[in-house]
Design a protein around this ligand. Sequence first.
Ligand SMILES: [Zn+2]
Length: 149
Amino acid sequence: MKCPYCGNTETKVVDKRETAEFEATRRRRECLKCEKRFTTYERVEHIDIVVIKKDGRKEPFDKEKIRKGVLRACEKRPVTLEQIDIIVSRIESDLRKLKTTEIKSEKIGEKVINALKKLDKVAYIRFASVYRSFKDVKDFEKEIKEIKK
Ligand SMILES: [Zn+2]
């Protein structure tokens, strides 16, 4: 990392922080020669993910779509926007870690369902029933019974 002031290549990191949504790491650096400070951002290069829908059509991955779905499921639930953003960001980063760039929409739905299951049972049921991803009807009934208790 070159110092933008004097061009010296020896710098030290004085502060490191993950920025919102875990997309970039912000580092405060200090030049070892002129001692001036500057900021760098380390960003993951975005790979374009293609979503394969149930009918076989393909569309570009849209994080906002997931966010909207989660928001809808969490309506009037004790869930914060921050928690929702964390879930969506984690799902996105999980998807980017996969070897393939073409992902079935069901797989994304499953990830959302699993995340909501840990967060809020009602939101989980709402989302899962919309996506009809319950593998087993009995599972669904069991979950509903648990909520009614
Ligand atoms: Zn310098």
